[in-house]
Design a protein around this ligand. Sequence first.
Ligand SMILES: [Zn+2]
Ligand SMILES: [Zn+2]
Length: 171
Amino acid sequence: MRFMKTTENKDNVRQAVQRILDGYLEMNNHRKTPERYAILKAVYSMEGHFTLEELGAKLSEEYKFPVSRATLYNTLNLFMELRLVIRHRFQGSTKYEACYEGDSHCHQICTVCGKVTEVKSPEIAEAISQLHMKRFRKDGFSLYIYGICSTCQAVITRRKKNKNQTRKITE
Ligand SMILES: [Zn+2]
Ligand SMILES: [Zn+2]
């Protein structure tokens, strides 16, 4: 199991994902454009979930390597095919995330404000590894748990209280 990500680990991951991209491009006789490698590097230096815009901003501001929206989109689609990136359709926004081996995790999603938090659960990881699937090799998982965050819960409780109070006054 991989719980800790050290810098050394991150470098290894970066090299490994680059090799996957190398292999794919060579095998399919695609050109090794610098864009693809710059985008891959940016993806693997983003923390957690990010939007297409945030990735574009990182490339143009930090790497001084501006890439068109269409190129970003197409390249991310390629990375998804290679299982280097995962796309999440969260409430009202599409977010991407680097995923390479053992990066399986759970997301808790507030259905009121849409806030997404990552949760690590060794119990769930263990349960899924024990899960027997027919004619299927498991590679990883991404789980969504829906509910209401404590901030939204507090707002809802306050609103209910206010309603009850006004009712009492008018009664
Ligand atoms: Zn919330
Ligand atoms: Zn995630």
